[in-house]
Design a protein around this ligand. Structure first.
Ligand code: FMN
Length: 379
C-alpha cells in the first residue's frame, strides 16, 4: 500500500500536497470554522491535562522493528465483534457534526463508507440515525441513557431496525465535564441545527442555544450496572461500554456480559485528571482476559499511535477529532482523506516494523521508551 504524491504543474500546491497529515487538516479546520465551533471540537475539560496526556502517552512507548520479514503485502484487515473491517480504525461518535459541514453526519458517513470504515453514530447527531443509515455506511449506535427510559428504549429499537450492528453505551458522562472554552465562548447551537434523533420526542429540536443544556439535563446521572442489564435485555445487538479506564470496571463489564469495552476518557472532555487511555490499556486488557474485546480511543493522530495501541492489546482504535477536521476542511472527501492518511500510515509503520498483518502486532512489537533526562520529571 503506497501513498503516492502527485506532482503538480501549477504553482499552487494541490490540496493533496498540503494536507498530508492529520495536523494539516486541523490547521485547515481552524481557519474555516468559527472560533466557537473549533473550540468545541478541539477542547477538553478543566485545564485540559487529560487531553494533553492522551497524546503524550504515545511517546512513552517505542516500536521494536523486526527485519527480514516479507512485507511485500501488508494486510490491515481485521474483525471487531466478529464484523469485518478493512483496517482497525473506526470513527468515534461525535455530536453536532452539522456545525462542521452542511451535511453533517451524512457527509461523514459518505466519507467513511467510501473506504469501508465503521462509524459510531452519536445519540446527539444532527442528522437522524435513519438518514445516516441511508448512506450504507457500516454503523454502530452510541447511546446516552436518558431519564426518559421509554425514549431510550425507542432509540435502541430504531437503531436495530435501521441496521446498526452494535449499541455503544457511553458510561463516562453521568454529568457533563466542565468545558471552559465553551463557557467562555458561550457555546450554543445555531437555529436550524438540532437533535435529529429526538425530533417529536418532547425535546425541542431546533431552538438554538438552550438546546444543548436541555439535552444534558435529560442524561440520567443515576445510571448504574443494573441499567446495563436492562439494556442487555432490550436488544439482541452486541453491547459495548465506552468510557472505561480501570481494571475494576473492566471486570464488572465482563461480568455484566458486555461484548466489548472502549478504553476512553471521552477525548479528555469529561474528568480532567483521568489517565491517558494508552497508559491504562494494559490493565483493562488484562482484566478483560479475552472475555470481551477491548478498543481504545483518545489522541490517535498517526499510524504509529494505532500500532502501539494494537501492540498493547487493543482490537482496534477509534478517532474523533481527526475526521471532524477532515469534515470541516473538505466534507466527505476530507473525511475520506483523513482515514486514508491514518490507514496508509499504519500500513507503512507495519511494513517498517516487520509486521505484515494485524495479528503480528503483538506485545513484543513495543517497549517502554527510555527515560529522557532532558525532559526532567515530565517523563
Ligand atoms: C466534538 C466532540 C463531540 C463528541 N461527542 C460525543 C458523543 O456524542 N458521544 C460520545 O460517546 N462521545 C463523544 N465524544 C468523544 C469521542 O467519541 C471520543 O471518545 C474522543 O473524541 C476520542 O478522542 P480523539 O478526539 O482524541 O480521537 C466527542 C468528542 C468530540 C471531540
Amino acid at each position: 500500500m503506497t501513498a503516492g504524491r502527485r506532482a503538480s504543474s501549477s504553482d499552487v500546491p494541490s490540496a493533496e500536497a498540503t494536507t498530508l497529515a492529520v495536523e494539516d487538516f486541523e490547521a485547515a479546520a481552524r481557519q474555516r470554522l468559527p472560533r466557537m465551533v473549533f473550540d468545541y471540537y478541539a477542547g477538553g475539560a478543566g485545564e485540559e491535562t487529560t487531553l494533553r496526556e492522551n497524546r503524550r502517552a504515545y511517546d512513552r512507548w517505542v516500536i521494536r522493528p523486526r527485519v527480514l520479514v516479507d512485507v511485500s503485502t501488508v494486510d490491515l484487515r481485521t474483525t471487531v465483534l466478529g464484523q469485518d473491517v478493512p483496517f482497525p480504525i473506526l470513527l468515534a461518535p461525535t455530536a453536532f457534526q452539522r456545525l462542521a459541514h452542511r451535511l453533517g453526519e451524512v457527509a461523514t458517513a459518505q466519507g467513511a463508507a467510501s473506504v469501508g470504515a465503521l462509524m459510531v453514530v452519536s445519540t446527539i447527531s444532527t442528522a437522524s440515525l435513519e438518514e445516516i443509515a441511508g448512506t450504507g455506511v457500516r454503523r454502530w449506535f452510541q447511546l446516552y441513557v436518558l431519564t426518559d427510559r421509554d425514549l431510550t428504549a425507542e432509540l435502541v429499537k430504531r437503531a436495530h431496525a435501521a441496521g446498526y450492528g452494535a449499541i455503544v453505551l457511553t458510561v463516562d458522562t453521568p454529568v457533563l465535564g466542565r468545558r471552559l472554552r465553551d463557557e467562555r465562548n458561550r457555546f450554543s447551537l445555531p437555529p436550524g441545527i438540532g437533535l435529529a434523533n429526538l425530533a417529536g420526542a418532547g425535546l425541542p429540536t431546533a431552538e438554538g442555544s438552550a438546546l444543548f443544556s436541555f439535552f444534558v439535563d435529560r442524561i440520567d446521572p443515576s445510571l448504574d450496572w443494573e441499567d446495563v442489564a436492562w439494556l442487555r435485555s432490550l436488544t439482541p445487538l452486541p453491547l459495548v461500554l465506552k468510557g472505561i479506564v480501570t481494571e475494576e470496571d473492566a471486570r464488572l463489564a465482563v461480568e455484566a456480559g458486555v461484548d466489548a469495552i472502549v478504553v476512553s476518557n471521552h477525548g479528555g472532555r469529561q474528568l480532567d485528571g483521568a489517565p491517558a487511555t494508552l497508559d491504562v490499556l494494559p490493565e483493562v486488557v488484562a482484566a478483560a482476559d479475552g472475555r470481551a474485546e477491548v478498543l481504545l480511543d483518545g489522541g490517535i493522530r498517526r499510524g504509529s499511535d494505532v500500532f502501539k495501541a494494537l501492540a498493547l492489546g487493543a482490537r482496534a482504535v477509534l478517532v474523533g477529532r481527526p475526521y471532524l477536521w477532515g469534515l470541516a476542511a473538505g466534507g466527505p472527501e476530507g473525511v475520506r482523506r483523513v482515514l486514508e492518511i491514518l490507514r496508509d500510515d499504519l500500513a507503512l509503520t507495519m511494513a517498517l516494523a516487520g509486521r505484515a498483518g494485524v495479528p503480528a502486532i503483538d506485545r513484543s512489537a513495543v517497549a517502554p521508551a527510555p527515560r529522557d533526562p532532558d525532559r526532567g520529571e515530565d517523563t
